[in-house]
Design a protein around this ligand. Structure first.
Ligand code: AHM
Ligand code: MG
Length: 331
């Protein structure tokens, strides 16, 4: 029977193991933060107009950049929730470990509150990417060593994409499911059940302006994608939005590969391991795809710092493996 139309809350309640009521609550809170971010983004083009002085809006509040606003929304939703004990964000230099005077839960949350935020000014898609870990330590606050973990230790991960509609996609290790926000009732409804991505696609997403900064293997791989000698008789199509979550969303549904390789002056690439690469890698692997640094599975990369960067090749299984063979000089 089709499950299309089931609400997020009901779906998680029915599918998660016994005793996971707090996990359902956690996902519900992520959904709530997503609604708040989506609300702010809908007004993005008006914020400068409302903030006539550039500093305050008509309510007399400070007009903050949207990525700070998005971060504030997530913090507000979670810090009193009793669901988490640690929060790490792209927008905060250090993790927030919940102090003794706030209720602590057993989850640790990492996020990029507004992925693709250069798209704010041009009405293009953006996202929120999240990674969830469980704190198994004793009572009290965790430490950096508890929070900064390999991707294989994530218990759940996903993203919210703010596009023509708002969609929340997540995995808790039991497949990947997408819920589209029905704005008139304020509920996320199941729209993409058990997503499986094609083993191979015909789309690549990259900032090719950096082509001359890439290693030879990366350049040769993209040159190869542009040749028309594929079984389809056509080269791959280039599609790049400037928002990782949106590009990965396209690949999840239609197949292909996203790449942000190492560059001559940025050997670690641009994207962050803990709250961009790891969560999307978990989603894509759960949907049958792969994520690699070019030489190692993303989920196996040793994590040492909160804002650690990593080269990222992510998408359909065969496309990522093909890219690795170029990077590793096998072709
Ligand atoms: P952000 O989290 O600061 O927005 O940076 C991450 C973004 C990705 O969403 C996107 O794929 C990439 O950076 C775009 O970078 P570039 O402008 O170099 O192509
Ligand atoms: Mg980002």
């Amino acid at each position: 029977m089709s499950r299309t139309g089931v609400t997020l809350t009901r779906f998680i309640g029915e599918t998660e193991a016994d005793g996971a009521a707090d996990f359902a609550d956690l996902l519900g809170h992520i959904g709530l933060a997503g609604k708040l971010v989506a609300r702010d983004l809908r007004r993005a083009g008006l914020i400068d107009i409302l903030g006539v002085t550039g500093e305050t809006n008509v309510q007399g509040e400070a007009v903050k950049k949207l990525d700070t606003l998005a971060n504030d929304n997530l913090i507000k939703v979670f810090q009193h929730s009793g669901l988490v004990c640690a929060i790490g964000s792209e927008e905060m230099e250090k993790p927030l470990y919940l102090p003794d005077n706030l209720p602590r839960g057993r989850y640790m949350l990492l996020f990029d509150p507004l992925d693709g935020s250069s798209n704010t000014d041009v009405n293009m898609p953006m996202g929120t990417i999240f990674s969830i870990l469980r704190y198994n330590g004793k009572a009290g606050a965790p430490s950096d060593a508890d929070l900064i973990r390999r991707g294989t230790e994530q218990v759940a991960a996903g993203y919210i994409m703010y596009g023509s509609s708002t969609i929340l996609v997540f995995t808790s290790g039991q497949g990947v499911h997408g819920f589209t926000l029905e704005p008139s009732i304020g509920e996320y409804l199941l729209s993409h059940h058990a997503i499986k991505m094609p083993a191979k696609g015909s789309v690549y997403a990259a900032n090719e302006g950096n082509y001359h900064k890439w290693d030879a293997g990366a350049r040769q791989f993209v040159d190869y994608l542009k040749q028309a000698d594929k079984p389809s008789g056509r080269p791959y199509s280039a599609r790049y939005s400037g928002c990782l979550a949106a590009d990965v969303h396209r690949l999840l549904l239609g197949g292909g590969i996203y790449l942000y390789p190492a560059e001559k002056d940025k050997p670690q690439g641009k994207l962050r391991l803990l709250y961009e690469a790891n969560p999307l890698a978990m989603v894509v692997e759960q949907a049958g795809g792969r994520a690699s640094t070019g030489t190692e599975d993303i989920l196996k990369v040793a994590a040492t710092t909160l804002h650690q960067r990593v080269p990222l090749w992510i998408g359909s299984r065969e496309d990522v493996s093909k890219a690795e063979s170029f990077i590793q000089g096998a072709q």
